[in-house]
Design a protein around this ligand. Structure first.
Ligand code: C2R
Length: 174
């Protein structure tokens, strides 16, 4: 059954992109942000992709995340059919390891922007964090959850620092 209602709509060019793009879902879920998920392609299913994008505002979608590899036209195609923010995630699915998708996604003509993130899972996760920041502009509860998530992230790094300091001291025989 298709996940077909949410404030974020995530599109990916192929089901082979799911592993990388699931990093976005792992960020959105704990923040309490519902996300539509569609496997849809600008190349292979242009009509259905256009329908998903055009009908999205009526379902409550406010931000798009589009992940694709190789000659990645998907995010640009989505942006061509909406004025909602579009976040593009280039994926490393071809022999060029994502450089092709990065250039195809980031090099949009002026006037039809795709906010392009890093290649792969980090980019997918950051697309979700950025989508959350955009939604938080008009959602104080979400803004609080985002600040809390940042605090937890910082605490985790502090704990890792402490553990690393102990390891270093042990290595140096102190
Ligand atoms: P397959 O594994 O299905 O052959 O797809 C997909 O995102 C995937 O990374 C290989 C790669 O092709 C990409 N793809 C696009 C588009 N549709 C599929 N870049 C598109 O419309 O931009």
């Amino acid at each position: 059954m298709e996940r077909s209602k949410g404030r974020v709509a995530m599109l990916m060019g192929s089901d082979s992109d799911l592993t990388a793009m699931s990093a976005a879902l792992r960020v959105l879920r704990p923040l309490g942000i519902d996300c539509e998920v569609h496997v849809a392609s600008a190349h292979r299913t242009p009509e259905r992709t256009m329908q998903i994008v055009r009908s999205a505002p009526a379902r409550g979608v406010q931000v798009f995340i589009a992940g694709a590899g190789a000659a990645a036209h998907l995010a640009g195609f989505v942006a061509a059919h909406t004025t909602l923010p579009v976040l593009g995630v280039p994926l490393a699915s071809s022999e060029l390891k994502g450089l092709d998708a990065l250039l195809a996604t980031v090099q949009m003509p002026a006037g039809v922007p795709v906010g392009t993130l890093a290649i792969g899972e980090a980019g997918a996760a950051n697309a979700a964090w950025l989508a959350a920041s955009i939604l938080a502009l008009a959602d104080e509860d979400l803004a609080d959850r985002l600040r809390e998530a940042r605090r937890e992230m910082a605490e985790k790094v502090d704990r890792r620092n402490e553990a690393a300091q102990k390891q270093i001291a042990a290595l140096l025989g102190e």
